[in-house]
Design a protein around this ligand. Structure first.
Ligand code: URA
Length: 185
């Protein structure tokens, strides 16, 4: 499936019940051939209304940290584990994650990023390993299917606990450095 077909199919998806309550499918945004892919958890209210990932308060915080780290948001791709908003922003259910999985897998195949960064525990549990411990393992590099992958705190968590912001900043710096290295090799 090419990108356009993927987008069209995903936009009319009803593989789980979130298809009945969403306003918009939040497919993803950014460069379709980005070296760096960020994967969050699921759209919140602002994303559901706009159809664009990370545009609410957490997204604005993410933007300011990306700016500071020298990572241009329009040069990366940003997607989520779930394309539709769970009501009341509850955690995604295993069945919803499973139903939504093929969309993200297809995006990863087409984008073919060198580096994937999971935003938060839920994304890391899905893409790195089920028992991922975000406090212990954020910023650690793993390899999955020939790609480098790591996880950082979810920006919404940084809104609740600003003491974690220096760790987030340091992780982004490591990610920036890693990207420079992989791009040179
Ligand atoms: N939180 C997420 O995980 N994804 C979004 O798109 C917005 C908030």
């Amino acid at each position: 499936m090419d990108w356009q077909a993927l987008l069209e199919n995903c936009s009319s998806c009803h593989k789980c019940a979130l298809g009945d309550t969403r306003t918009n499918v939040v497919f993803g945004a950014g460069q379709k051939n980005a070296s760096l892919l960020f994967v969050g958890e699921a759209p919140g209210e602002a994303e559901d209304l706009s159809g664009v990932p990370f545009v609410g308060r957490a997204g604005q915080l993410l933007n300011s940290f990306l700016d500071e780290a020298g990572i241009a948001r329009d040069k990366v791709y940003i997607a989520n584990i779930l394309k539709c908003r769970p009501p009341e922003n509850r955690d995604p259910s295993p069945a919803e994650e499973e139903a939504c999985r093929p969309w993200l897998e297809a995006q990863i195949r087409l984008i073919d990023p060198r580096v994937i960064v999971c935003l938060g525990r839920i994304s890391a549990a899905r893409l790195i390993k089920p028992d991922f411990r975000i406090t212990k393992e954020h910023g650690v590099w793993f390899e999955r299917e020939g790609r480098l992958i790591t996880a950082v705190y979810h920006p919404a968590y940084l809104l609740r606990d600003p003491r974690k912001r220096p760790d987030f900043k340091a992780d982004l710096k490591r990610i920036y450095d890693q990207l420079q290295q992989t791009e040179q090799s």
